[in-house]
Design a protein around this ligand. Structure first.
Ligand code: CTP
Ligand code: MN
Ligand code: MN
Ligand code: MN
Length: 358
């Protein structure tokens, strides 16, 4: 870690896209606490407070040293009173009573479980909580609940999906995706994005961006890939969303807007033969060979036109906070609009904006 004198707090940017951040987090005990607070505010649909804690977490992840005294955070951006109070508590007591309160809160605990199910967000969690449900087990046991196709799959493969995806699993799935795509489009570019592209060695899903260099586009590619996996028995779930991109359409100014690419939220069956134990030789253990030899893995596939690929790559690489700050930076510091499709000069959109203002 750097010594303090080499570090000038007032030079730290409020935008995460202007800060260097490695996977080395010297302030995990603080950032974990902030992420709990942010999540709780997300569950309460308080976007302002949620973002305040996410920004603080992002900022502390970028510091090249561990914060040990209040003096260490002097002059830093993104540290409001709420954040400062929690840092102070953790420095003095080793933990924060406010964070512990959240961690023990019945509503937080229930929402945390519910939102860990694929297809379940804050709205559904709220509904289930109001019905008196508190755990995923209770949700599974309740046969009267109306579930979406996505939520049914989420519950069916729950245990596999909550156990994180490893780098080795990401590499294995990557091979499958590349091989399948290339049987239909040999020149296609398939890139792993999301957390794994940021160098993380675990994730909740595996994200891929697919494009075909040159002018040729194939609207059927995604369908062909999915159909083949269905035939091979590798597809446990899939939800294809067709492209809604319109060239004349204005970029969205929302902070967390969905993009318009054709995409697919899927669950793949990844076979992983169990490593044979040398002790596994009794007939009883041979019968055990019938045990499940695969794991359900969440995979996102996104298809982009070649000319939009750089912007899509930037957006889908994340992190979410990096993307938010990139767009905020573009808007506030450059008077431009960035989204997953392109970078737009606001001055050239002046007529459209007059329209928006009305
Ligand atoms: N993203 C996006 N548009 C979407 C969905 C996601 O631009 N419609 C971006 C997110 O902002 C994120 C990245 O794509 O930066 C990957 O999303 P996600 O898989 O949710 O997050 P990861 O960073 O990969 O983390 P995890 O391991 O939890 O999957
Ligand atoms: Mn991901
Ligand atoms: Mn995720
Ligand atoms: Mn994803």
């Amino acid at each position: 870690a750097l010594e303090m004198p080499a570090f000038i707090a007032t030079k730290v940017s409020q935008y995460s896209c202007q800060r260097k951040t490695t996977l080395n987090n010297y302030n995990k005990k603080f950032t974990d606490a902030f992420e709990v607070m942010a999540e709780n505010y997300e569950f309460k649909e308080n976007e302002i407070f949620c973002l305040e804690f996410l920004r603080a977490a992002s900022l502390l992840k970028s510091l090249p040293f561990s914060v040990t005294r209040m003096k260490d955070i002097q002059g830093l951006p993104c540290v409001g009173d709420q954040v400062r109070d929690i840092i102070e508590e953790i420095i003095e007591e080793g933990e924060s009573s406010r964070v512990n309160e959240v961690l023990n809160d019945e509503r937080y605990k229930a929402f945390k479980q519910f939102t860990s199910v694929f297809g379940v967000g804050v709205k559904t969690s709220e509904k289930w909580y109001r019905m008196g449900l508190r755990t995923v087990e209770e949700v599974k046991a309740d046969k009267t609940l109306k579930l979406s196709k996505m939520q049914k799959a989420g519950l069916l493969y729950y245990e596999d999906l909550v156990s994180c995806v490893s780098k080795a699993e990401a590499d294995a799935v990557s091979l499958i995706v590349k091989n399948t795509v290339c049987t239909f489009l040999p020149d296609a570019l398939v890139t792993i994005t999301g957390g794994f592209r940021r160098g993380k060695n675990i994730g909740h899903d595996i994200d891929f961006l697919i494009t075909n260099p040159g002018p040729r586009e194939d609207d059927e590619l995604l369908h062909k890939v999915i159909d083949l996996w269905k035939k091979q028995g590798l597809l446990l779930y899939c939800d294809i969303i067709e492209s809604t991109f319109v060239k004349e359409q204005l970029p969205s100014r929302k902070v967390d807007a969905m993009d318009h690419f054709q995409k697919c939220f899927a669950i793949l069956k990844l076979y992983q033969p169990r490593v044979d134990n040398s002790t596994c030789n009794t007939s009883e253990q041979l019968e055990m060979a019938e045990v499940k030899d695969w794991k359900a893995i969440r995979v996102d596939l996104v298809i982009t036109p070649f000319e939009q690929y750089p912007y899509a790559l930037l957006g889908w690489t994340g992190s979410r906070q990096f993307g938010r700050d990139l767009r905020r930076y573009a808007a506030h510091e450059r008077k431009m609009i960035l989204d997953n499709h392109g970078l737009y000069d606001r001055r050239k959109l002046i007529n459209h904006f007059e329209y928006i203002v009305q």
